[in-house]
Design a protein around this ligand. Structure first.
Ligand code: GDP
Ligand code: MG
Length: 751
C-alpha cells in the first residue's frame, strides 16, 4: 500500500520511494528513508497536505507525494515489525535488437521470441526473477533509439518510465555499437532515473578485440555497468546483483551511482536553466518530472512536453523563455536546438569513451564481414536477383517439400472421416463430425506443414539479418505504393496465409503504413485459394492455358494491392510518415533453437486463430446446408444455404454466376478452401459445365472478395478497431464484384 492510504494513528515501515531521482532525493532528505517507521499524525479524507511523524520530526507531505511512497503497515499486536516484502520493478530499455528479450528470457525463464529485426517487441512483456531474496518484476519494453516523441514506441516507453516509475532501469546496450547505443543512455540520465547498464553482446566486442575500461566509463556516467552476453547468459547474476545494490543504496553514496548532468555547452545550458526556473515553481510538475529533462525536451520542441506545460499558468513565460533560448542557440551554434542538443550529447559520449580508453580492434572485425556482404546483397543490380532467387527457393521448397507431409495429413484426415463414417450411426451428429468438423478443419490443417516450412525460412531470414536487407532494397519500390520497405515482408507472408501476415505488420513502425499494409494483405493470394484455382482451371481450361490463368491471378492480386495501397494512402488514410532509419543490423548466424522456437510460435498462432474460427464457421455452414425450414433438407438446394444462394442470385447475374457458384462463395466466407469443397458437393464432381469466361471471373471473385473470417478477426485485433476490419471486408467484396463484373461484361463482347 502507499502512505496516503494509511489512516490517522496508523504506523508503517517505509518500503520504497518511487519517482524520478530529484523527487526521491527531496523526500529522502525529509527523513522518509527505506526501513524507517512513519506514523500518521493527521489524515482526514479531503485534507491536503497530510501530517506525519518520521525520525522524531513532524513533517507534512502533499497527498500526491505520499502516494509515491510505498509502505508496509505495522500490526499493533505484532511485536516484530512486518518484514517489508522486497519486490523491485525493473524495466528493460534499449535499442531494437540489443538483446532485451534475450535477457528477459534468461532472467525469467520465459520463451519470448527474439528476432534480429527491429520492432519485434511492441508491447511490454512482464515476468519474474527471484534472486537472492528479492523478487524482480521485469518489464520488457519495445526497442527505441531515443526517447523523443516521434514514434509510438518512443512515446510508449517514455510513458512507462514516467507513469509507472519502475524502481530500476536496466539499459541494455549492444556493445558492438557502443556510441550509438549510449545515446539513449544520455536521455535516461536526463530523466534522472536509477539505471544499471548491461553491456550486452560483450562477446562480439571481445571477438573484435575492442578495448574498454568499463569501471572508468561507469564512473563517468554515474551508473554501474556489467558486461553481459545473453547468447550464453554470462553476467546475468552480476547484473541482477547490481540492480539490487542500486535499489538498496542511496544516490551519491557510491561512486557508481551518481546523478550526472550532461553538459550541453553554455548556450543550451543557459536556456535549460531559464526554462527550469519557471518549471520549478510548479510543485505538481516537479513531483512527476525531472524539470531538467522537461526543459531539455521543451527546447527540442517535443510535442508531448509542450502539451504538458501548455496547461500551466506559467505557460506564457515558459514559451517566451524557450523561444528566446532557441533563437540564441541558433545564433551561436548555427543549428536548430534539437540538432544542437543531439550534437552535444554525442560530444559528451565521444569524450567519455575516449577517456575510458575505448579503441576498436580490427581482429576479426564482425562489421567488416557485414560490410562486405552488404555491398553484395544490397547492391544496386545484384540485390534484386539475389532476393528473387531467395524468394523462389523459399516457395519452391515450401511447396515441393511440404507436399509430402501434406499428403500424409490428408490421408490421415480421410482415414478419420472413413472411420467415423463406418463406426457411427447415421444422424445429424455424424454428418456434423464428417462434413462440418473434419471437412472444414481438416482442409485447413493440411496446410500446416507448408506454413511451418515457410515460417522456418522467414525466421531464418529475420534472425540472420537478411530480412532487414530485403526491406532495405524494397524500400524505394514500396514508397511508390505509399508504403514503407518494412511492409514488404508481411506482404510476402500473405502468400502463405493472411492471418500471420497481418500479425507480422507489427514490425512496421508507422501506424499509417501498418494500417494500409494490413488492408491490402488480403489481396495477396494465400495458399488456401490455391486448391480452388487448381480445381477449376484443371476442369475448365485447356492444358496450355492452365498455368497462365493461375499466374495471371497472382499477378492481378499484386497489381490490385499496389493500386489499392496508393488509393488508401492518398484518400482514406492520408498523412505523412515520420522518417526513420532502416537499420542494417550485423549478420548473425541464428541458433537452431531460436529458429525452431520462432517457427513454432508462429505455427501455434496459426493453429489457434484458424482452428477456433474455422471450427465454428464450418459447423455453421454445415448446419445451414443440412437443415431446411422443414427440418433436415433433402437436397442442398432446399436447405437454408440453398435459399440464401437463390436469394442472392440476382446480385451475381452481371457476372453470369448461377446459384451454386453463389452458395460456394457464401460458404467461402468462413475459409476460402470451403469454396472448393462446397462446389464438389453441389456439382457432385468436377464437371462444372462452366464457360472459361465465367470460370475466370469466378476465380477473380474468389481471389479478391471477403478475406476469410480469421483474417478479418486478425485485422480487428491488430488495428484495434472493428471499423477497419469491416472496412477491409467491405472494400474487398465491392472490388471483387466490380472487377469480375467488368471482366465478364467486356469479355462477353469478344467471346
Ligand atoms: P531485443 O530486440 O532487444 O529484444 O533483442 P533480442 O533479444 O530479440 O536479440 C536480438 C538478437 O541478438 C538475437 O538473434 C539474439 O540471439 C542476439 N543476441 C542477444 N544477446 C546477444 C549477445 O550477448 N551476444 C550475441 N552475439 N548475440 C546476442
Ligand atoms: Mg525484443
Amino acid at each position: 500500500m502507499n502512505l496516503s492510504e494509511l489512516h490517522t494513528g496508523g504506523k508503517a515501515t517505509i518500503v520504497k520511494v518511487k519517482g524520478h531521482g530529484g523527487f526521491r532525493k527531496r523526500i529522502v532528505e525529509m527523513g522518509f528513508i527505506k526501513g524507517q517507521q512513519v506514523e500518521v499524525l493527521l489524515n482526514a479524507p479531503l485534507q491536503d497536505p497530510v501530517k506525519y511523524k518520521v525520525m522524531g520530526y513532524e513533517v507534512s507531505l502533499r497527498r500526491q507525494e505520499a502516494e509515491m511512497i510505498e509502505v508496509a503497515p505495522i500490526e499493533k499486536k505484532a511485536a516484530t515489525t512486518a518484514a517489508p516484502h522486497k519486490e523491485i520493478t525493473v524495466a528493460l530499455v534499449g535499442n531494437p535488437n540489443c538483446g532485451k528479450t534475450s535477457l528477459f528470457n534468461f532472467a525469467s525463464g520465459s520463451h519470448e521470441r527474439v528476432g534480429n529485426y527491429s520492432g519485434v517487441t511492441v508491447d511490454a512483456k512482464e515476468g519474474f526473477a527471484d534472486f537472492e531474496g528479492y523478487r524482480l518484476r521485469l518489464v520488457d519494453l519495445p526497442g527505441t533509439y531515443s526517447l523523443s516523441a516521434y514514434s509510438p514506441e518512443e512515446i510508449y516507453v517514455r510513458r512507462q518510465l514516467v507513469d509507472n516509475t519502475p524502481d530500476v532501469i536496466i539499459n541494455v546496450i549492444d556493445s558492438s555499437n557502443l556510441e550509438r547505443n549510449l545515446y539513449l543512455t544520455t536521455q535516461l540520465m536526463d530523466m534522472h532515473l536509477r539505471v544499471v547498464c548491461a553491456l550486452n553482446m560483450f562477446d562480439e566486442l571481445e571477438r573484435r578485440g575492442d578495448r574498454l575500461d568499463i569501471e572508468r566509463l561507469s564512473r563517468l556516467l554515474g551508473m554501474p555497468m556489467v558486461p553481459t552476453s545473453f547468447k550464453t547468459g554470462r553476467g546475468l547474476e552480476d547484473l541482477l546483483r547490481e540492480v539490487i545494490h542500486i535499489f538498496e543504496s542511496r544516490e551519491g553514496h557510491d561512486e557508481y551511482y551518481r546523478h550526472q548532468h550532461i553538459n550541453h555547452g553554455h548556450e543550451i545550458e543557459d536556456g535549460i536553466a531559464n526554462i527550469q526556473r519557471f518549471l520549478k515553481g510548479n510543485d505538481l510538475l516537479r513531483l512527476r518530472y525531472s524539470t531538467r529533462w522537461l526543459a531539455i525536451k521543451l527546447l527540442e520542441g517535443d510535442k508531448e512536453a509542450w502539451q504538458i506545460v501548455s496547461a500551466l499558468p506559467e505557460a506564457g513565460q515558459i514559451r517566451e523563455a524557450s523561444v528566446m533560448a532557441v533563437r540564441r542557440i541558433k545564433e551561436e551554434t548555427g543549428d536548430d536546438s534539437e540538432s544542437a542538443i543531439m550534437d552535444a550529447k554525442y560530444g559528451f559520449l565521444r569524450g567519455a569513451l575516449q577517456e575510458a580508453g575505448y579503441t576498436m580492434g580490427h581482429k576479426n572485425d564482425t562489421y567488416r564481414v557485414t560490410h562486405k556482404l552488404d555491398s553484395i546483397i544490397t547492391h544496386k543490380w545484384l540485390g534484386f536477383p539475389i532476393f528473387l532467387l531467395f524468394l523462389w527457393l523459399m516457395f519452391e521448397v515450401t511447396f515441393t517439400l511440404g507436399q509430402y507431409p501434406m499428403d500424409w495429413i490428408e490421408a490421415g484426415v480421410e482415414w478419420l472421416g472413413d472411420f467415423i463414417g463406418q463406426t457411427m450411426h447415421d444422424g445429424p451428429l455424424k454428418a456434423m463430425l464428417i462434413d462440418g468438423v473434419i471437412g472444414g478443419v481438416g482442409s485447413v490443417i493440411v496446410f500446416l506443414p507448408q506454413i511451418l516450412i515457410l515460417y522456418t525460412f522467414i525466421s531464418f531470414m529475420e534472425d540472420s539479418g537478411y530480412m532487414a536487407r530485403a526491406a532495405f532494397i524494397m524500400d524505394k519500390l514500396m514508397h511508390g505504393m505509399g508504403l514503407h520497405g518494412k511492409s514488404f515482408i508481411p506482404l510476402i507472408m500473405g502468400f502463405g496465409c493472411n492471418v500471420p501476415a497481418i500479425m507480422a505488420t507489427r514490425t512496421v513502425e508507422s501506424r499509417r503504413s501498418r494500417l494500409i499494409t494490413m488492408l491490402v494483405i488480403p489481396l495477396m493470394s494465400c495458399s488456401a485459394r490455391l486448391p480452388i484455382y487448381i480445381m477449376i482451371t484443371g476442369a475448365v481450361f485447356a492444358q496450355q492455358y492452365q498455368s497462365l490463368a493461375m499466374f495471371s491471378l497472382y499477378l492481378t492480386g499484386i497489381l490490385l494491392s499496389v493500386i489499392m495501397a496508393r488509393l488508401l494512402s492518398r484518400w482514406v488514410i492520408p498523412g505523412e510518415d515520420t522518417p526513420f532509419v532502416m537499420e542494417l543490423p550485423p549478420y548473425r548466424f541464428p541458433t537452431a533453437k531460436a529458429i525452431f522456437r520462432h517457427t513454432w510460435e508462429k505455427g501455434k498462432q496459426y493453429l489457434k486463430k484458424m482452428g477456433g474460427v474455422i471450427l465454428v464457421a464450418s459447423i455453421i455452414v454445415w448446419a445451414l446446408g443440412y437443415f431446411s425450414p422443414a427440418g433436415v433438407a433433402d437436397t442442398l438446394e432446399d436447405s437454408f444455404i440453398g435459399m440464401l444462394g437463390k436469394a442472392v442470385e440476382p446480385i451475381f447475374s452481371v457476372q453470369g454466376f448461377d446459384w451454386r457458384l453463389d452458395i460456394s462463395l457464401i460458404c467461402g466466407v468462413g475459409a476460402k478452401e470451403i469454396v472448393a469443397s462446397t462446389m464438389g458437393v453441389l456439382y457432385g464432381g468436377t464437371d462444372f459445365g462452366l464457360s472459361p469466361l465465367t470460370a475466370y471471373c469466378f476465380l477473380l471473385f474468389v481471389l479478391i472478395y471477403f478475406p476469410c473470417i480469421a483474417t478479418v478477426v486478425a485485422i480487428r485485433h491488430e488495428s484495434g478497431s472493428w471499423r477497419w476490419a469491416l472496412f477491409g471486408a467491405c472494400y474487398t467484396t465491392a472490388l471483387a464484384w466490380i472487377v469480375s463484373a467488368a471482366v465478364y461484361q467486356l469479355g462477353s463482347l469478344f467471346v
